[in-house]
Each structure stands twice: as structure tokens, then as C-alpha cells.
Design a binder for this molecule. Structure first.
Ligand code: SAM
Length: 327
């Protein structure tokens, strides 16, 4: 798909470039914030799967820059931390860490940045593993990432704090809702207008962190496992059927975020035009993406292919071609 055609078919892709966001996902966080006010009155915030950085840009524009404008003293300035497996180009007011958010060493590194002795008020995660196209597998992997984020929360989130994470609304997400409800007083499934209706993607907005009494982070897998066991349906003889029941604890409210005047991400919109010096209406040229990936996987593949070519070895493409012509 060409840039102009994508601009037409994806209004949020075009708007992201016009407004200087690194990815269209920025609108998802903006719309979630417009409905839930999650960025209000927060000081310490962690963006768990942050690259290329559009959610961190939202944090910078909605939290850091207004605080800087007010001229707050250093000790009152917000601490905004972004972590990702991928490297990330700098963003004003954001401290970036490269690494795996599921590693305890990285969790400790995050905590070390909160010098005020206060934990995080908000943890956000738009993380996604590489999608395979096998829906059950993708949903399972996404659920694991949400639970990994929850694990991080048990170490770094302050009581009363908020956790927002991307979820795939598959057949077993009821279990996830009920597990999250063990730790948060309010869990909502939010679907921003900028997330396509055709996609099973949504976001869990978990508010008022309050772990079970006496809870220690080491207890997490036991607590989650017990919850899962309690939801497995049994046959008349008490044998687990392997399917989830839907007790009332796992029913969560559903909120569409973005207001009725927000653009519909499943619609095509006309491209913006301008009138040239001859009075002719012309389509505005398509803009380039705001921040090209710093270390894309294809760069590594290209480097490997180049190294092979230089060493005289055959590239994967050449081998495939030879194989195809032999048949
Ligand atoms: N919110 C980002 C933005 O607005 O620019 C987009 C996030 S992108 C959809 C998903 C990111 O999750 C990828 O950059 C990927 O590297 C990251 N990710 C996946 N698993 C991770 C992990 N275990 N630790 C850190 N980052 C992870």
C-alpha cells in the first residue's frame, strides 16, 4: 500500500504524521485519557512497551511539558520512564531503558529512578508479541504479556494506582478480567475509536490498585493459578472440562473512548487539498513518518545478506531461486 493510499484508508495514520506522533497508537492513549483522566495528577509513570514511542510522546506532551511550563522545582517534576526491547529515539522528559520488562533487573532499574521514595502512579503497556496469525496462540501470548505487566505492577505500582494494557478480546479473556479484578477495584474494557472495530484489540483500564490483604509479589502465580482453577468448569464427577465459566466477577464494563465526533478508524476519508497558484485544487503531498524505526529487524537481515555477499557465500534469496529453478 502506498503512503497516499494508506493516508486515505487510515485517517489516524495521516493525522499522526500531521500532528508529529511517531505512531497512530498515540490516539488510542489520548482517547483513553479523555474518557478516564488517567494522566491527571500523576507524577511517576512507566510505559512498559514503549517503542517507537508515541505513548511516551503523549506522556511528554500531557504531563512533562505542562509541568515544565509551570516551572515546577526539580523534586516536583514528573518522572516518566519508558522501557522496550527495541532502542528508542529520545523524547523530552522521558527516561528510556532498553531491555526486557519481564526481567527483575529492569524492574529494579525502573524503581531506582523513583528517587522520591514513591512508587508509580500509572503503568501503561501497549505491548504486543509478534503476531503469528494463529488467533488462539496470539491471544495466549497477549494474555501472558498482560500478566507480565501485572507482575511488574506488583513491584512498582503504588496503592490506588492505575494499570492500562492492551488486550485481545478472545474467548478466554474472562479469566484475565477476573484475575485483574483480584488486584484492582475497577476493571474496564476500553475500545478507543482509533482502534479498528474489525480488530479484537481493546485495552483494560485497571484502576485503584489494591492487592489482596497480606499479598507479596512472590505469591502472584499462586493467586492467579487459584483464580484460574476456580473458573474451570467441571463435569458432574468434578473433572475439569478445560473451559472457562463466566462467574459474575469476570463481567467488566465496556467503554467506547473518543467521543462521537472522533474519526472512525474503519472509514476512508478524502485526502486534504490545497489551491495552487493557478487556482487548481490539488491533493496535499503525503508526509513521511515522524520517526523511522531506529533498529528494525529488517536492518539486521540486510546486514547479514550483505556480509554473505561480501564473503562470496550465497544469500538466502539466491538459494531459494536456485531451488525453485531446479524443480
Ligand atoms: N506504544 C508504542 C507506541 O505508541 O509507539 C507501540 C508499542 S508496539 C505496538 C509493541 C512494543 O512492545 C514493541 O516495540 C516491542 O518491542 C515491545 N515489547 C514486546 N515484548 C516486550 C518485552 N518483554 N519487554 C519490553 N518490550 C516489549
Amino acid at each position: 500500500m502506498g503512503k497516499a493510499s494508506k493516508d486515505k484508508r487510515d485517517i489516524y495514520y495521516r493525522k499522526a504524521k500531521e500532528e508529529g506522533w511517531r505512531a497512530r497508537s498515540a490516539f488510542k492513549l489520548l482517547q483513553i485519557d479523555d474518557s478516564f483522566d488517567i494522566l491527571k495528577n500523576v507524577k511517576n509513570v512507566v510505559d512498559l512497551c514503549a517503542a517507537p514511542g508515541s505513548w511516551s510522546q503523549v506522556l511528554s506532551r500531557r504531563i512533562y511539558l505542562p509541568a515544565k511550563e509551570k516551572g515546577l522545582p526539580d523534586e516536583d517534576m514528573p518522572k516518566l520512564i519508558a522501557i522496550d526491547l527495541q532502542p528508542m529515539a529520545p523524547i523530552e522528559g522521558i527516561t528510556t531503558i532498553q531491555g526486557d520488562m519481564t526481567s527483575m533487573a529492569k524492574v529494579e532499574e525502573i524503581l531506582a529512578h523513583f528517587t522520591d521514595g514513591r512508587k508509580a502512579d500509572l503503568v501503561i503497556s501497549d505491548g504486543a508479541p509478534d503476531v503469528t496469525g494463529l488467533h488462539d496462540m496470539d491471544e495466549f501470548m497477549q494474555a501472558q504479556l498482560i500478566l507480565a505487566g501485572l507482575t511488574v505492577c506488583t513491584h512498582i505500582l503504588a496503592d490506588g494506582g492505575t494499570y492500562v494494557a492492551k488486550i485481545f478480546r478472545g474467548k478466554d479473556c474472562a479469566l484475565l478480567y477476573s484475575q485483574l479484578k483480584l488486584f484492582f477495584k475497577q476493571v474496564t474494557c476500553a475500545k478507543p475509536k482509533s482502534s479498528r472495530n474489525s480488530s479484537i484489540e481493546a485495552f483494560v483500564v485497571c484502576q485503584e490498585y489494591s492487592p489482596p490483604e497480606g499479598f507479596e509479589p512472590d505469591d502472584l502465580s499462586r493467586v492467579l493459578h487459584e483464580r484460574a482453577k476456580g473458573m474451570l468448569q467441571e463435569d458432574a464427577h468434578g473433572n475439569a472440562l478445560g473451559t472457562m465459566g463466566w462467574p459474575t466477577e469476570c463481567i467488566v464494563p465496556f467503554v467506547s473512548c473518543g467521543g462521537i465526533d472522533a474519526y472512525d478508524s474503519d472509514m476512508s476519508y478524502d485526502l486534504p487539498t490545497y489551491i495552487d497558484e493557478d487556482g487548481v485544487e490539488r491533493v496535499k503531498p503525503s508526509l513521511d513518518p515522524v520517526q523511522p524505526p531506529t533498529e528494525p529487524f529488517y536492518k539486521l537481515a540486510i546486514e547479514r545478506e550483505r556480509a554473505k555477499a561480501q564473503s562470496g557465500k550465497k544469500s538466502a534469496k539466491q538459494l531459494l531461486h536456485e531451488e525453485a529453478t531446479r524443480r
